[in-house]
Design a protein around this ligand. Structure first.
Ligand code: C2O
Ligand code: CU
Length: 468
């Protein structure tokens, strides 16, 4: 748990990064990580302050945070504060909201988070490589819990890595066009909090808040805790009326977060598996390890109460500006032709020569013109039509949105479930699904909207909009 008021760095067992309350320094640099829990097979990674994930930064709703980023990589970088409804200048998008921080350069981000919740940070320059090499971390904004709501607050940052037997990162597959046009670059090992089979300490009988974050480049993950019902209390940082996750667990597209509450039913000394269930088998990904000491005996109602909501404006779907986003491309469908950097290409040369395999509204990569321009305060409905046979995790910067509907000709639509009440920053779309979202464009500036499967983003799936 954090100390009251200030900001604490709680990087599991690593260095303290907080220079003084509310101030941090993050150095992006090459480092080594023990991903597979074998000190003889360390992996060369890129990391913030030499830890993977980077340090957990904690702030408080409404209080400024200042983070100085030192770029000790040999390529430019930035940091994007994912999910924060941030001042546009601080959004960290290279080429749109700032110039990338050059190698050996630095940049100071200052912002006041308007919302409490579970967020994260990562580069927004060549993200597909920089994040796959280990650059990401958790940003927790305090101020959403009621007193005594739970006993313990744990973060589960999940990532899949593609490594060789020796523990070396599989570098040969960076930029592989086959991955880019399919499901992205998927890993062959899964880490929680930077290590395979992480062990998180709990006490029997406790009520625990688990903050799941999917930081994988492209893999959709699904988590359950064996024999423990999970109450979902927040999605993408924003509180939802608590609902029980289904037996399969909580599904997370890349970049999505889910905060769940569970009561530890194990006996002292028990190990409770946190399972990843997106495949056919439930695979243990880590463990909640019950301390040997006495169980905790706080009596509570079975259903946790809600978190304290943030003040996010609700879109008026009725008089919203309607914008259409047609998503095309990828393996098995392809694109006949699309515009890339102002030039029209046929699908083949677009892929082979330009390395672009996806398009939004017939344009691959960042278009010159915004998808839409909205006046500050205007409600906008975006109708996203996934005409590809791949799932996508669509992310909107600077705003949270409601999901109005999901429909699909091929009836592969995901169920809205607890999402109907949610305000999300990233939505998972099934193949061939149409998803309508709505937001209030109340944050001035130029904002990206892209697929958070980073290889899809790199090979075409991105656009932007402007709030004036
Ligand atoms: Cu988490 Cu545009 O990113
Ligand atoms: Cu995608």
């Amino acid at each position: 748990m954090t100390s009251a008021g200030g900001i604490v760095a709680a990087a599991s067992g690593f260095d303290d990064v907080s220079a003084s309350p509310g101030r941090y320094q993050l150095a992006a640099a090459p480092a080594q990580a023990n991903l597979i829990n074998d000190p003889k097979k360390l992996t060369d990674v890129w990391a913030y302050n030499r830890t993977v994930p980077g340090p957990v930064l904690r702030g408080r709703k409404g209080e400024p945070i200042e983070i100085t980023v030192l770029n000790q990589l040999d390529q430019p970088t930035t940091i994007h504060w994912h999910g924060i409804r941030i001042d546009n200048k601080m959004d960290g998008v290279a080429g749109l909201t700032q110039t990338a921080i050059p190698a050996r350069g630095d940049f100071t981000y200052i912002f006041t988070p308007p919302d409490a919740g579970t967020y994260w940070y990562h580069p927004h320059n060549k993200s597909w490589e920089q994040m796959a090499r280990g650059l990401y971390g958790t940003l927790i904004i305090e101020g959403d819990a009621t007193a005594g709501m739970y006993d313990r607050d744990l973060t589960v940052v999940a990532d899949d890595w593609r490594v060789e037997q020796t523990g070396k990162l599989h570098e040969g597959s960076f930029g592989n066009l086959g991955d880019w046009s399919h499901g992205g670059r998927l890993g062959n090992i899964l880490t929680l909090n930077g290590i395979a089979y992480d062990r998180l300490p709990v006490v029997s009988g406790e009520r625990v808040r688990l903050r799941f974050i999917n930081t994988a480049n492209a893999r959709i993950l699904r988590f359950s805790v064996i024999d423990h019902p999970l109450w979902v209390v927040a999605l993408d940082g924003q509180p939802v009326p608590p609902f029980l996750a289904d037996k399969q667990g909580v599904e997370l597209a890349p970049a999505q977060r889910a905060d769940v509450i569970l009561d530890i039913k194990g006996k002292p000394g028990d190990e409770i598996a946190v399972a990843e269930t997106s495949g056919d088998e439930r695979l243990a990904a880590g463990y909640l390890v019950c301390a040997k000491d006495k169980p905790s005996l706080t009596m509570r109602a079975e259903q946790p109460g809600p978190l304290i909501p943030n003040n996010v404006p609700q879109p008026k779907a009725g008089d919203a500006k309607v914008v259409e986003l047609v998503m095309q491309g990828g393996a098995m469908r392809g694109i006949r032709s699309a515009i890339y950097k102002g030039v029209n290409y046929d699908g083949r040369s677009l892929a082979i020569d330009q390395r672009q395999t996806w398009a939004f509204n017939g344009v691959a990569g960042m278009p010159d013109q915004p998808l839409f321009t909205a006046k500050r305060g205007e409600s906008v409905k975006i109708v996203m039509k996934n005409q590809t046979v791949w799932p996508h995790g669509m992310h909107v910067h600077g705003h949270h949105f409601r999901i109005l509907s999901r429909t699909s000709a091929s009836s592969q639509s995901l169920s809205l479930g607890g999402e109907a009440e949610a305000l999300r920053d990233t939505v998972l779309m099934a193949p061939e699904e149409t998803v309508e979202i709505a937001l209030v464009a109340d944050n001035p500036g130029k904002w990206m909207l892209h697929c958070h499967m980073l290889e899809h983003q790199a090979s075409g799936m991105k656009t932007w909009f402007e709030v004036t």
